[in-house]
Design a protein around this ligand. Structure first.
Ligand code: TUI
Length: 315
């Protein structure tokens, strides 16, 4: 068994969090991951306060185990979402795409465990000072909104910079990468892309098919010009987005407008022309649809075998 202090801290069996993927991570997926012994997470990004409240209540019906909500700090609904998670007594929050500093005191006061995603040691130290329970060090291999550093470089540096537990994210889809995360000093992992094809994941079958067929070089990051690079599968949409970014006659507003609604079009409608199919660099390693429970148990069985045999490399 791989047990780390965050298992006790979060009251989970396996030290694995499911990424709070926008337009993807609903009560169905989050409850399945929590029921499998990990920490399922509902995306707060695509909901206003009342829609999120309904999803949280659904999740409470589907699992008696702890689950979390991801607060995407660039969301237009961030203020209502920040309030609803307190009212609904959500046990754990993760945050992404910004500095959660201004909300942290209220969340901690309400007894919520706050685990921000951090792209650098500076932000990790800052949220530790504000009372974060742990941090998620997410490398740029991941899907969605990304920082500059890779997981291999970022995780050990964040481990050295803070005393609170570090959870590794970005580029983790199998037991080898899970084992490597522990070797880098992480106490747990957050996984997104592999859960896209979980049976309980309600996204369009078109999205799942695209993940299952992806090759190693099939993701691209776009949006650097707008200050928030995002990794997604290469599609007509991302190619056009990349072209617009290099065209100085096109304004940032026009580019933002072009991207509006693209996450929903991918996840809910399976729109292969206009959708943005967010995915990490490990998409090619995701080759079969499984239940959340099969994914979690397979990952840990592989990692345990590797870590148990690690001594064979040491003479
Ligand atoms: O947030 C994510 N991944 C996401 S959010 C998202 S939705 C979206 N929609 C439209 C445009 C962009 C995104 C899809 N995927 N991951 C966590 C994450 N957080 N990655 C990087 C960061 C981050 C970046 C800067 C965290 C803190 C931060 O602080 C900078 C500062 O100084 O405020």
């Amino acid at each position: 068994m791989i047990k780390t202090p965050i298992c006790d801290l979060l009251e989970i069996e396996y030290p694995i969090l499911q990424g709070g993927m926008a337009w993807v991570a609903d009560a169905s997926l989050a409850s399945a991951v929590s029921n499998a012994g990990g920490l399922g997470i509902i995306a707060g990004m695509n909901s206003n306060g009342e829609q999120l409240r309904a999803e949280i209540r659904k999740c409470k019906e589907l699992t008696g185990k702890p689950f979390g909500v991801n607060v995407m700090l660039m969301s237009p609904f961030v203020e209502e979402v920040a309030r609803v998670v307190v009212e609904e007594k959500v046990p754990v929050l993760t945050t992404g795409a910004g500095n959660p500093g201004k909300y942290m005191a209220a969340w901690i006061e309400a007894g919520i465990k706050v685990i921000p995603v951090v792209p650098s040691t500076g932000i990790a130290k800052l949220v530790e000072k504000r009372g974060a329970t742990a941090v998620i060090a997410e490398g740029g291999e991941s899907g969605g909104h990304i920082g500059e550093l890779t997981t291999m470089a970022l995780v050990p540096q964040v481990c050295d910079a803070v005393k609170i537990p570090v959870i590794a994210a970005g580029g983790i889809a199998d037991g080898r990468q899970l084992a490597a995360a522990f070797m880098l000093g992480a106490q747990g992992v957050q996984i997104g892309t592999r859960f896209l094809v979980a049976k309980e994941c309600t996204i369009s079958p078109v999205y799942k098919e695209k993940i299952l067929k992806a090759k190693d070089i099939d993701t691209i990051s776009t949006g650097r010009r707008l200050g928030h690079p995002v990794r997604a599968l290469k599609t007509p949409f991302t190619r056009e987005f990349a072209r617009m970014e290099y065209d100085s006659s096109i304004s940032n507003e026009e580019i933002e407008q072009f991207g509006a609604g693209a996450l929903r079009k991918a996840a809910r409608d399976g729109d292969v022309q206009g959708g943005s199919f967010l995915a990490g660099q490990v998409a090619a390693m995701v080759t079969k649809e499984q239940t959340a429970e099969e994914i979690v148990t397979e990952l840990f069985a592989q990692a345990e075998e590797i870590l148990g045999g690690a001594a064979k490399w040491v003479k």
